[in-house]
Design a protein around this ligand. Structure first.
Ligand SMILES: NC(=O)c1ccc[n+]([C@@H]2O[C@H](COP(=O)([O-])OP(=O)(O)OC[C@H]3O[C@@H](n4cnc5c(N)ncnc54)[C@H](OP(=O)(O)O)[C@@H]3O)[C@@H](O)[C@H]2O)c1
Length: 225
């Protein structure tokens, strides 16, 4: 039984991570921006729900303080945003900076703030939910400046973390969930949510210090950077 912290767990992939890990009898710690609007989390057994808004430094500090005495075996940073910006009309600087903050900067800052919790844990794993759209090698269709650049930045920083924290025994995975039918992925996506999550859990089980720093998809297949 592990203690598993899921950042951004009130809907989509994060909610299903919480459900499946709870079904496997793990202790789940889940974050949401608003507890009173996250009824789906209350229905899950063995779960503790925290409020966290990644846009707010105060919320980050409060959350880190509330969870400070808790050991964490697996940290899954799932929360992310996607804005379908248009090159000619909508390259809004503040919106781009915000996407970089939520998708790339905060995941690393929060991991840093939770390092002592991970050091108390046994398996010491961090999973960053990234995207194949962050792959520069795999970009054949252009567009999506905000999202692509933010996930590329996440991949780059997470890779550094995997090298810097290897001696601390912390292993790090950069994981693409596939194109999944969530609010973000839309109805045309190829994968159902439970299918993506059950496969990702297997990949997370296989994470260790030897394969730390890998960029892989839900099936464990290596992706180009
Ligand atoms: N679905 C796909 O096809 C796909 C493909 C590749 C990668 N991904 C990645 O997978 C992850 C989960 O995506 P999803 O499809 O489940 O998306 P989703 O349904 O849009 O859910 C996004 C989650 O992130 C949370 N979040 C966003 N901004 C936040 C903030 N400022 N503070 C706290 N929480 C925040 C949301 O909370 P609220 O409800 O409060 O907004 C929600 O829980 C993301 O990192 C995404 O980039 C998804």
């Amino acid at each position: 039984m592990h203690n598993i912290l899921i950042i951004g767990a009130n809907r989509g992939l994060g909610l299903e991570f919480a459900k499946q890990y709870s079904d496997e009898n793990h202790n789940v710690f889940a974050t949401t921006r608003n507890k009173s609007e996250s009824k789906a989390l209350d229905a899950i057994s063995k779960i503790k729900v925290f409020e966290l808004d990644l846009n707010s430094d105060e919320s980050l500090d409060n959350f880190v303080q509330q969870i400070s005495s808790q050991k964490i075996d697996i940290l899954i940073h799932n929360a992310g945003i996607f804005r379908d910006e248009q090159l000619d009309e909508d390259l809004d600087i503040d919106a781009w900076m915000n996407e970089l903050r939520i998708n790339a900067v905060i995941p690393i800052i929060l991991a840093r703030k939770l390092k002592s919790n991970l050091q108390m844990g046994l398996s010491k794993k961090i999973v960053f939910i990234s995207s194949q759209m962050g792959s520069i090698d795999d970009n054949y269709s252009g567009r999506f400046y905000f999202y692509r650049s933010s996930k590329s930045a996440l991949n780059s920083a997470a890779k550094s973390l995997s090298i810097d924290w290897k001696e601390d025994g912390i292993s790090i995975l950069i994981l693409h969930p596939g194109w999944v039918k969530t609010d973000m992925g839309g109805d045309n996506a190829k994968l159902e949510i439970p299918d993506s999550i059950s496969q990702m859990i297997k990949v997370i089980n296989d994470l260790n210090l030897t394969n730390s720093g890998s960029f892989v998809n839900y099936a464990g297949e290596k992706l180009e950077w």
